[in-house]
Structures are given as C-alpha cells and as structure tokens.
Unconditional design. Structure first.
Length: 309
C-alpha cells in the first residue's frame, strides 16, 4: 500500500447510495470534498478541502479515535454532535480541535460560509506504537471545539507530512504520532485534575455566567473585583475557585480567550492587524503584536501568512 492515496472522488455518501471505505469520516455529497489520505501505520491523516458553498453532512463511528483539526471553518447554519456531549451550533470554529473517542458517534451538517479546510486524524489503538501505556488511551474523553497549543502544533506538523515522499518522512510522522497521542493523554490528565476536586471550585451555573460574561467583554479590561461581584463571591474565594475550576487564574483565561478570538479574526483578510488588535482590546498595534507573539510564537502577520499557505 502506498503512503498516500488521493480520494477526491471517493464514494462516501451518508444516504447509503454508495459505500464508503471503512473507518473514515463520511461526507455527503461526496463530490463536494477534495481529500488526500496518508497512512503511517498507527495514524492515518485525511486532509479535506470543501470545494463548494453548499450544505453537506458528515459522520463517523469506528473502533479508533478521531482527532479533528479545523483550519478554516465558518458556517451560516448547521450543528455538530459528538456522542456524550451536547450538540453545538457554533458558527465560527477556525483553528479549533475536536476529539471523538473510539466507538463514539460523530455527526454534523453545515452550510459553509467559507470553503472549509479540515484534517481528520484516525488513531488506531491496536498498533504497537501506542503500547507504551496500555489502556490509558481508551479513557480519553470526547471534546468538541477546543484549543490546545501543543496538540494543534503537532497536528499541523503531521498534516504537513501528507504527500511528503522523502525517505525519512514516515519515521518522522510515526514519531509525531506518538507525540500527538501523549499530548492527548496529557490533556486528559490535566482536565481530570481540574474537574475532580471541584469541592471549592465554582458551581456549574457560576462557571457558565463567568465564561459568558468574559466572552461578551473580551475586548475590555475586566477586573477581578468585577468578576467576583458578578457571582457574589469575595475576591479571595473567587480567585481560588476560578483557578480550581479552569486550571488558570482569571486574567490568564481572559488573555487566552482574547488570543483565540484574534486567531479567528486573522482568518478574515478584510480586517487589518490594527483593526483586529482594537477588536480584541489593544489600543496599539505594537502591544497586540507582542501579546500575540508571546501566546503563539508568531506575529499576527506571520500567523495569517501561515494560515494562507
């Protein structure tokens, strides 16, 4: 079997009119997607580009994990569901990740606002490459539209190996596959450490109120006193409970969400870097550039250029 297969005209309709290859995400209508598939043993990458702005469906359920890296994804309408989680109707999920554990159903439909670019990574648990910590990978929880820098960076490096015919490419991809699996396990452990000791953390309704408030005021400076008062807690109790619930202090959470918003806005060529800086709460382009580079390792202009490549 070759390391890469082009499947631009593969039959993957969800209606059942045509059969699909086993264990890959089905897209219907199938001719709306241009796909390139690469096999590296333990991991298979499926690089997908949607070619028309019309409604399409997608679905998956198999005995292997699925990691989804959305590079460009905006929709006018639609919904996405991972079994075990509430469905989402989020309209913009540029630079977001989703994780579907083995055996869980993944389904969605959308009317795209832009031509979607997404890479699906299928992770085979039976491969000996992942025998380092037997059983741990099975416990990874479903996640919908999240972001983790380490997982994202490794996923993009793997995607870049699709189509690479260099002699050492397969070994490099296998090494990246192992790193990616460890990053997902790390992410699960970190989340579990935050979620389990929730005595003393914020109750669900308070977490939701605070998160919604921060999202609505991302471009503004939000004081600790404002957030604490919003849920009727003392400064000390709120700061401690927030960090226990989210794993980071309120100001770091706020900053991270600002940078996530900036990355999403950088997908829109009509907006200048200065305009994006203002929309995310920076009065000067230089301060926005410094903050963005500290968070991502790239300037906003470099990040935008990298997304367009």
């Amino acid at each position: 079997m070759s390391a890469e297969t082009t499947i631009s005209d593969i039959g993957t309709g969800l209606s059942g009119a045509r059969s699909s290859p086993p264990s890959i995400v089905e897209i219907s209508p199938p001719d709306i997607a241009r796909r390139r598939l690469a096999h590296w043993g333990a991991i298979q990458a499926d690089n997908v580009k949607i070619t028309r702005r019309e409604t399409f469906e997608y679905g998956f359920q198999a005995r292997r994990h699925l990691l989804i890296a959305y590079e460009r994804a905006e929709r006018d309408d639609g919904e996405t569901l991972i079994e075990g989680l509430p469905k989402s109707t989020l309209r913009e999920f540029n630079c977001k990740l989703s994780f579907v554990p083995a055996g869980h159903r993944f389904y969605g439909w959308q009317t795209p606002r832009v031509l979607t670019r997404v890479t699906y990574f299928y992770i085979d648990l039976q491969e000996s490459l992942f025998d380092v910590e037997p059983g741990i990978a099975l416990a990874i929880s479903p996640r919908l539209f999240f972001f983790d820098q380490a997982v994202w960076d490794t996923a993009l490096k793997l995607k870049a190996e699709v189509g690479n015919s260099d002699p050492g490419s397969r070994q490099y991809a296998e090494a990246l596959s192992l790193v990616l699996m460890h990053e997902l396990i790390r992410l699960e452990r970190t989340a579990s450490a935050v979620v389990r000791p929730l005595s003393g953390g914020l109750p669900t309704w308070q977490r939701k109120r605070v998160v919604d408030f921060i999202e609505e005021h991302l471009s503004e400076e939000i004081s600790l006193a404002t957030l604490a008062g919003f849920v009727n807690l003392s400064l000390f109790h709120f700061a401690r409970a927030f960090k226990q619930s989210f794993g980071v202090p309120p100001h770091r959470y706020h900053s991270a969400r600002r940078m996530d918003r900036a990355k999403s806005l950088l997908q829109k060529p009509a907006l200048s870097v200065t305009q994006i800086g203002v929309q995310t709460g920076f009065r000067e382009t230089s301060s926005f550039t410094r903050a963005f580079r500290k968070f991502t390792g790239l300037t906003p202009t470099e990040y935008r250029r990298h997304r367009e490549d």
